[in-house]
Design a protein around this ligand. Structure first.
Ligand code: ATP
Ligand code: MG
Length: 414
C-alpha cells in the first residue's frame, strides 16, 4: 500500500519562504521551515491529507512532516492590533503578493523547488549591507512587527535599522498602534529576544522607536536616572540595566535570570530627584513596579518569583562575604533554597551579571557566588532527622535546624 501512496505535495507549486531562506542566504543554520503554496484551494489541500491549522486561517500541516504549508495570501487590515486582519487567498494571489505582506526584506525571500532564490524586495542586498528594512508601508498595519524588528536587531547585532523603518515605527507609536498589543504577544517576543545573543539591542531599538515607553515605562524611566559614579562608572541606570542584560547573555543565563536582570533596579526609577544619585532602599522600592510589570505582561510565575528575589536581595549577595553567618542563612531561607535548590544558580547568575554590568568593571572577580554556593551546600547537608531523634518537636526543630545551619556556615568563613 505505502509503495504507491502519492507524495501529498506532488504537482503543487510550493516555495520555501521566510526565516529559513534568510538563514540560508546568511549561511546560518535554522529551525522549522515554512512553505507557501501558490494556486491551490483549501479543498485541494485537505483532499491531499494536509491538516488545517485553524478554521479561518489558510495554513495547513503536512500529513507526515508536520511542517507548515500556507496558501499564498494577501491581508487587509480591518481593525486595531493583531486580530484585525482579513485574509484573501485564491488563484489570483501570486508568490510576490504573499512576500509583499511580510515584515522585513530579509524575511521576504522565497526559494523555488529548484533552489532559486526569489527576492523581489532586495533582501539579499540588505543582508549584504546589514540593514533591517520594512518591505512596504503595510508594515504599519501590525505593531507586532516593531517587536519583531527589535528582536532581529538582538539576534543580528551588526545590522542597523533603516532610517525610514525607524521613522515609520515612530509614527506607529505616535498613532497609538502599540497600545493595542496584547500582553501575551509582548511577552512572547520579549522572552525570545531575552534569549538572543545581544538582548540589550531589543530594548535599545524599542527605545529608539518610542515603543519602550508604552510597553515597559518602568524600564524606559531608568534612562536619565544617575547613580553614584564610584560604584557605577556608567552612571546612567538605563545603561547599567542594558549592560547587566548583556552580561547575563554572556553568562548563558536562563530566561528567568535574564528577565530578573532586566527588572532588578526598577526601584531606582522611583527615587525622588532630590536624592539622586543615591538610591537607598531601591531594592524594596522595586517590589511594586516589578510586580506590576509581571502582572501586566502575564509573566510566568517562575520568572516573576526569581525577579522579585533578585530585586530585593541582589545587594545582600554582593555583600555576602561581609554578612554574619546568621544573615547568610536568612538569605538562603528567603530564597527558599532548602526546598527549591534549583533557584540558587539563576539567582546568583543574575547577581553576578549585575556586579559585572558596570563600565570598566566587567572582569572584576565575584567570589560571592562561589561562597554562597558553598554556604548553601553545607547548610543543605544538615539533616533534620537528628533533631527529631533527639525528641524535639515542631518549632523547636526549625530553630535547631536554623542554628545548626548558621554554625555550618560559620565554619566555612573561618
Ligand atoms: P525565526 O528564525 O525566529 O523562526 P522567522 O523569520 O522564521 O524567524 P517566524 O515567526 O517563523 O519568523 O515567521 C516566518 C515568516 O513569516 C517570517 O520570516 C516573515 O516572513 C513572516 N512573518 C511572521 N510574522 C510576521 C508579521 N507579524 N508580519 C509580517 N510577516 C510576518
Ligand atoms: Mg521561523
Amino acid at each position: 500500500m505505502t509503495g504507491n501512496r502519492r507524495d501529498p505535495t506532488d504537482g503543487l507549486a510550493i516555495y520555501r519562504v521566510g526565516g529559513t531562506v534568510r538563514d540560508e542566504v546568511m549561511g546560518r543554520s535554522s529551525k522549522d521551515a515554512d512553505f507557501v503554496v501558490v494556486d491551490a484551494s483549501p479543498e485541494q489541500m485537505q483532499a491531499r491529507g494536509f491538516r488545517p491549522v485553524g478554521r479561518d486561517f489558510p495554513v495547513f500541516l503536512h500529513p507526515e512532516s508536520g511542517e507548515e504549508y500556507a496558501l499564498a495570501r494577501t491581508e487587509r487590515k480591518s481593525g486595531h492590533g493583531y486580530h484585525g486582519f482579513v485574509f484573501h487567498t485564491g488563484p489570483d494571489v501570486t508568490l510576490e503578493d504573499d512576500l509583499a505582506r511580510r515584515d522585513l526584506t530579509i524575511n521576504a525571500m522565497a526559494c523555488s523547488p529548484r533552489g532559486e532564490i526569489i527576492d523581489p524586495f532586495g533582501g539579499r542586498e540588505d543582508i549584504e549591507r546589514r540593514i533591517l528594512r520594512h518591505v512596504s508601508p503595510a508594515f504599519r498595519e501590525d505593531p507586532v512587527r516593531i517587536l519583531r524588528l527589535a528582536r532581529f536587531a538582538a539576534r543580528f547585532p551588526d545590522f542597523r535599522v533603516a532610517r525610514k523603518t525607524l521613522a515609520l515605527c515612530r509614527e506607529m507609536v505616535a498613532e497609538g498602534e502599540v497600545d493595542h498589543l496584547v500582553a501575551e504577544r509582548v511577552w512572547q517576543e520579549m522572552s525570545q529576544a531575552l534569549m538572543e545573543k545581544h538582548p540589550a539591542r531589543f530594548f535599545e531599538v524599542l527605545r529608539e522607536t518610542g515603543a519602550l515607553a508604552v510597553i515597559l515605562p518602568e524600564v524606559d524611566r531608568l534612562f536619565g536616572v544617575p547613580q553614584v559614579e564610584q560604584y557605577h562608572p556608567e552612571i546612567d541606570t538605563g545603561i547599567h540595566t542594558l549592560m547587566v542584560l548583556e552580561q547575563s547573555a554572556r553568562l548563558n543565563a536562563s530566561l528567568a535570570a535574564r528577565f530578573a536582570c532586566l527588572v532588578h533596579d526598577l526601584g531606582k526609577g522611583l527615587t525622588p530627584r532630590e536624592r539622586w544619585p543615591r538610591h537607598i532602599g531601591h531594592e524594596k522600592a522595586g517590589i511594586v513596579p516589578i510586580s506590576e510589570v509581571c502582572e501586566r505582561l502575564r509573566v510566568p510565575s517562575h520568572c516573576r518569583d526569581l525577579a522579585l528575589l533578585v530585586g530585593e536581595f541582589h545587594l545582600h549577595a554582593h555583600r555576602a562575604l561581609e554578612l554574619r553567618p546568621g544573615k547568610v542563612v536568612k538569605l538562603l531561607e528567603r530564597l527558599d533554597v532548602f526546598r527549591r535548590p534549583e533557584r540558587l544558580e539563576p539567582f546568583l547568575l543574575a547577581c553576578e551579571a549585575d556586579w559585572r554590568g558596570r563600565k570598566g568593571l566587567e572582569a572584576r572577580p565575584y567570589p560571592e557566588r562561589d561562597f554562597l554556593e558553598r554556604a548553601s551546600a553545607t547548610a543543605t547537608s544538615i539533616d533534620a532527622r537528628a533533631f527529631v531523634d533527639r525528641g524535639l518537636k515542631g518549632p523547636a526543630i526549625a530553630a535547631a535546624l536554623h542554628e545548626a545551619r548558621v554554625q555550618a556556615v560559620a565554619e566555612l568563613s573561618r
